[in-house]
Design a protein around this ligand. Sequence first.
Ligand SMILES: CC(C)(COP(=O)(O)OP(=O)(O)OC[C@H]1O[C@@H](n2cnc3c(N)ncnc32)[C@H](O)[C@@H]1OP(=O)(O)O)[C@@H](O)C(=O)NCCC(=O)NCCS
Length: 176
Amino acid sequence: VDYLPGVLMDKIQIRNSEEEDFLVISQIASKCSPMVTERDSIYHIFTKFFQNTVFLAEKLENGNNIAIGFLIGFISQSNSDESYIHLLCVDPKFRGRKIASNLIKKFCDAVSQNGCKKVYLITKPINQRAINFYQKSGFRICTDSKIINIRGMDVFKDYDGFGEHMVVFQKDLIVN
Ligand SMILES: CC(C)(COP(=O)(O)OP(=O)(O)OC[C@H]1O[C@@H](n2cnc3c(N)ncnc32)[C@H](O)[C@@H]1OP(=O)(O)O)[C@@H](O)C(=O)NCCC(=O)NCCS
């Protein structure tokens, strides 16, 4: 097992999801406001049918693996150049320790090995911590004709329904 380097005394590993992981993913997601939470059946679809692009971060504690973060993403079915991160979440007790950065790296490596050239994701304009995090991680805010400016931020008008404006991020991948 490859443990994450430099993560204090803890042994933390990241692995692809297995089907039954949807239950622990649901538990972590419930602690991760302001991110949306899904019905458990949606997590189950991802952990069953998207295992190559769904990752779980776990801490080894007294011989047990405790789930502390996850990334749910997929490769576009309509454009194989594009991938999408749907949800990214780290248990509040374990934030600021590069777990999300490593989850993103695993995802980007996996999708670029499959020929993807771009990663997309969206976030709520009020989620300043996530916005800062994605900008630091090399994502740029997309701009196009549907963009409006709210309090100095470019957001995609009505992206998730009327009044549900979202910040759309994109990152180019280096394809080997
Ligand atoms: C956004 C989120 C995934 C980041 O996870 P993380 O594992 O803390 O991220 P990393 O440790 O890789 O990077 C953290 C960055 O956040 C900041 N940070 C540092 N300590 C932090 C802390 N205790 N809490 C929050 N953020 C912190 C730093 O800027 C750090 O970057 P730096 O190491 O270059 O200084 C996490 O805050 C989260 O789960 N939020 C709730 C769910 C959510 O909003 N998800 C995104 C939308 S889908």
